[in-house]
Design a binder for this molecule. Structure first.
Ligand code: FES
Length: 123
């Protein structure tokens, strides 16, 4: 049934639930963790080099692998991105857009950090 779960981008304005995902100290520098929220698997990234946090669906749309939290993060100019470890499809961490232009976009979610806790926004 997990294929029927759909991931949908949540904008900051749409957030009505801030889910406490993890402690900041749980995260590797410049790396991600997978968290679960109501059947969704969400990749949360601590992009230390940019001093920014991002969250996306953990599901790579290419071959439907739950893997993006273990992807390599980097920047393309000013665009933060994650590359899937399997076949290196690359997605914007800001918009979810597929930067290779050949797969569908991924959903993105707002993140905030308060009192050393990381929260992901859902609607
Ligand atoms: S499964 Fe992610 S790029 Fe192929």
């Amino acid at each position: 049934m997990s294929d029927t779960i759909s991931y949908k981008t949540v904008t900051p304005e749409e957030v009505n639930t801030w889910f406490e995902a993890c402690a900041v100290s749980d995260f590797p520098s410049d790396g991600g963790l997978n968290i679960s929220y109501q059947g969704l698997q969400i990749a949360v990234f601590n992009f230390t080099r940019r001093n920014e946090w991002f969250a996306t669906q953990n599901l790579c749309p290419h071959k439907k692998q739950m893997i993006l939290s273990r992807g390599m993060i980097g920047s393309d100019g000013n665009e933060p991105k994650v590359a899937c470890p399997f076949h290196k499809k690359t997605f914007s961490l800001k918009t979810g857009e597929n930067l290779n232009g050949d797969e569908c976009a991924i959903a993105t979610y707002p993140v905030k950090v308060e009192n050393s806790k990381v929260y992901v926004g859902f609607a």
